[in-house]
Design a protein. Sequence first.
Length: 187
Amino acid sequence: MKAILTVLLLCAAGPAAASAAIIGSGYGHDCYIAARLGHGGRGGLEACNKAIELEAQSHQERAATFVNRGIVRMQSNELVGAIADFDAAIRARPETAEAYINKGIAVFHLGGRDHDAIQLLTQGIERSPEQPEVAYYVRGIANEQIGEMRNAYEDYSRAAALKPGWAEPISQLQRFSVQRRSAGLAA
């Protein structure tokens, strides 16, 4: 199964989504399409619910469906329900990087838990997501929120290096000025 990361207007504080592909047909695939294309709403949530309730799925497919339903919920600003889905994905398959990344994004959007979001995003990065640049970018935003400007700069730089030409991290980097300090000699 291949996981896919997509940014949905993070500059305007919208969620990023790390959808997980489900091959074939059925409700699980419909849930993936809803998450991937941002067509969540009631129909997308219904497809995800039916996939979880009615379809026989491997641990990998079940984790992917929970990630995708969490994304659909994030798209509807149901952050608490989204976090519960990402937790279910982590329980089903703890190595699912996209579950940690999306949970980190949802926690960040709840507000007041930037350190928790950074920790979750870091755990996602450590699990080798398909598109780590999104996690670095969001972690850069969270680091900036807590005043960790050097870490924010490094995360934006990493995101830009991983996906050359991506406008968002490049735009963020343009706000920084880097000053090199020379090591002074004691007199």
